[in-house]
Design a protein around this ligand. Structure first.
Ligand code: GLU
Ligand code: MG
Length: 643
């Protein structure tokens, strides 16, 4: 989750005093980088994935599963045995927000050849195996997006979902002040609790997350929880919603991300824009988080939950009070979809009102940066820094980029445009961030390979997916709804080949701005977008398949890729379930389920146990995975009671 500095974190009041300093020097740092590498060309394609994991512990006797707060120790050992011993170690490990989380990436980025697609899954398996080997009896490493937790425990505020157990501590002095989420579940590195505390202080109140509850046959209507002991909660919680009040309910969720190095800044900007339109589609396809705080919700994706969980905007900025102490109204949380396209071709589709820091914008223009890039950076820089370490205030702007990264890395958007670090041989990169993590290495590889292949096809065929950005935002809303993959209708561009041959460097002749954008797109189902529909849309999978046919690929790799694409294809058509749909069915068929939207400890236990068995290939799950071929069999898991 970004930059980790060691040192003494400053309070919000102190950080705020330095906010202008951080912004000023952040921009100078960006300018140094930009001027040094703006003309870099011919960097080769490199890419890598990031998988976030949760550590869980099963109590088979009492049929209970808890999140283990040992991420820091596990990480330390993984790094010690891995990258610190051998710089070529095949895996890299990083901390994540939860003390029960770790993040794994390949040790070296993947390159541009097709055969690399055939190594992704093995690398993910290796990661799972490596981390699992450090766990204690009955513990497991899970790739679940959102931990369902248990309502009974949480509702009473009794310690329950972590091991060791801790009581939430909703008093002054705590980082979250949450009624439900103990501060001990936050990673012990000071960055994470400081972020949590400073977001709350900047906002002026606890964060508020209200997720619509899924109304089952016996769910009370209206569904109302009362919090008489907490005035803030009583005011903030909404009827018919699951109320949550801590950053951990959002940033404590896991995702699957992919970062690409482009050959030049203009290719990176083109990819950033093109992939931004794909975000809601792939997010809906990857939906894996239907349960929150022990209840069945009416959403399938984590996105809006995380967005609310780090929303540091004041009441003024959110438009609830007239502007007095703040500079702007801000329409979105720091964790949200992108607000402007970056390539020239995107310009005419930039139809969202963009709040920018005008001074910074002018300064960037004066330095020779074009309007689109200048407004992008000036928009990121309307935010305050959320954490600052005393030892890291005064930096060498020509050779360091911490202040730039400070603002950049706390703008958690669907896409991230990443300038190279100072003095490195890394090129311009873009990060694709909307996907939910899947249960198995097979699925995670499939989603990653699908997205990377799509970038190859976008670049080779010069495809154009652009539609007005406001429509992409509408798609983001639809994508999170329950069963969006089958029921949602999404705005998508009809003619994706229209850009002609000049999309990257300029815009094709056909792109005359008087052309009515409205005729360029229409509402489509995900099935149509992914699989195509005669006379309407060619479909992304058919396009990928024809690209594959034109490429020289060894048989084994081709076979793997075709399997991955099959999974995506079948998830899009509904022949296979998304993880979210499968979890819903599992809970609704559980003998203890009372059709009241409540997930008990025991139901939670059987669900996570099943997820772990599927991940370790100890059982089949054709409704989720189909009869797919798998290459390696695990020898078994410590956590399977039948072992
Ligand atoms: N866990 C966050 C998510 O689910 C992402 C954190 C990060 O940026 O690494 O989107
Ligand atoms: Mg992460």
């Amino acid at each position: 989750m970004g930059l980790l500095s060691q040192g003494s974190p400053l309070s919000w009041e102190e950080t705020k005093r330095h906010a202008d300093h951080v912004r000023r020097h952040g921009i100078l740092q960006f300018l140094h980088i930009y001027h040094a590498v703006k003309d870099r060309q011919k960097d080769v394609l490199k890419w890598g994935d990031e998988v976030e994991y949760m550590l869980v512990s099963f109590d088979h006797e009492n049929k209970k599963v808890q999140l283990v707060l040992s991420g820091e120790e596990v990480l330390e050992t993984l790094q010690e045995k891995g990258e610190r011993t051998n710089p070529n170690h095949p895996t890299l490990w990083r901390p994540e927000y939860g003390s029960y989380m770790i993040e794994g990436t390949p040790g070296q980025p993947y390159g541009g050849t097709m055969s690399e697609f055939n190594t992704v899954e093995d690398n993910m398996r290796q990661r799972r195996k490596e981390a699992t080997s450090l766990l204690k009896e009955n513990q497991a490493l899970c790739t679940i997006t959102s931990f369902p937790s248990s309502s009974i425990c949480c509702r009473l505020g009794c310690p329950g979902f972590t091991l060791p157990e801790f009581k939430p501590n909703p008093v002054e002095g705590g980082a979250s002040k949450s009624l439900f989420f103990p501060d001990e579940a936050i990673n012990k590195h000071p960055r994470f609790s400081t972020l949590t505390r400073n977001i709350r202080h900047r906002r002026g109140e606890k964060v508020v997350i209200n997720v619509p509850i899924f109304k089952d046959k016996n769910t009370p209507s209206p569904f109302i929880e009362t919090f008489p002991e907490d005035e803030e909660a009583a005011k903030a919680s909404k009827p018919d919603h699951i109320y949550m009040d801590a950053m951990g309910f959002g940033m404590g969720n896991c995702c699957l991300q992919v970062t690409f190095q482009a050959c030049s800044i203009s290719e990176a900007r083109y990819l950033y824009d093109q992939l931004a339109t794909i975000c809601p589609i792939v997010m809906a396809l990857s939906a894996a988080s239907p349960f929150y705080r022990g209840y069945v919700s009416d959403i399938d994706c984590r996105w809006g939950v995380i967005s609310a969980s780090v929303d540091d905007r004041t009441r003024e900025e959110r438009g609830l009070e007239p502007l007095k102490n703040n500079n702007y109204r801000i329409s979105k949380s720091r964790y949200d979809s992108i607000d402007s396209y970056l390539s020239e071709c995107g310009e005419k589709y930039n139809d969202i009102e963009l709040t920018i820091d005008k001074e910074i914008y002018e300064q960037l223009l004066q330095e020779g940066i074009d309007h689109l890039l200048a407004q992008h950076v000036a928009h990121l820089f309307i935010r305050d820094p959320l954490t600052l370490f005393e030892e890291k205030i005064h930096l060498d702007d020509a050779n360091e980029s911490d202040h730039f990264e400070n603002i950049q890395s706390t703008n958690w958007q669907t896409m991230r445009f990443k300038p190279p670090p100072p003095n490195s041989d890394i090129g311009w990169r873009v990060e694709f961030r909307p996907m939910e993590v899947q249960l198995t290495d097979f699925e995670n590889s499939a989603y990653v390979v699908f997205v990377v292949l799509l970038t190859r096809v976008i670049l080779s065929y010069k495809l154009d997916f652009l539609i007005p950005l406001s429509k992409v935002d509408e798609n983001m809303k639809v994508a999170q709804k329950r069963d969006a993959v089958l029921q949602g209708m999404f705005y998508f561009r009809k003619d994706i080949c229209k850009g002609g041959s000049a999309v990257v460097d300029g815009c094709g002749q056909a792109r005359n701005s008087s052309e009515l954008a409205a005729e360029e797109y229409t509402l489509m189902s995900i099935d149509t977008i992914i699989n195509g529909k005669e006379g309407v849309f060619p479909g992304l999978i058919p396009v990928l398949n024809s690209y594959l046919e034109s490429m020289e690929v060894d048989v084994d790799t081709r076979c793997s890729i075709l399997n991955y694409l099959k999974l995506i294809k079948k998830r899009a058509s509904g022949e296979l379930m998304t993880v979210a749909r499968w979890m819903r069915e599992f809970i609704s068929n559980h003998p203890d389920y009372k059709q009241d939207s409540v997930i008990t400890d025991e139901m939670n236990y059987s669900l996570i146990l099943k997820c772990n068995q599927i991940a370790h290939e100890l059982c089949e799950c054709p409704e989720l995975l189909g009869p797919v071929f798998r290459k390696v069999k695990y020898s078994g898991s410590k956590t399977d009671p039948s072992n």
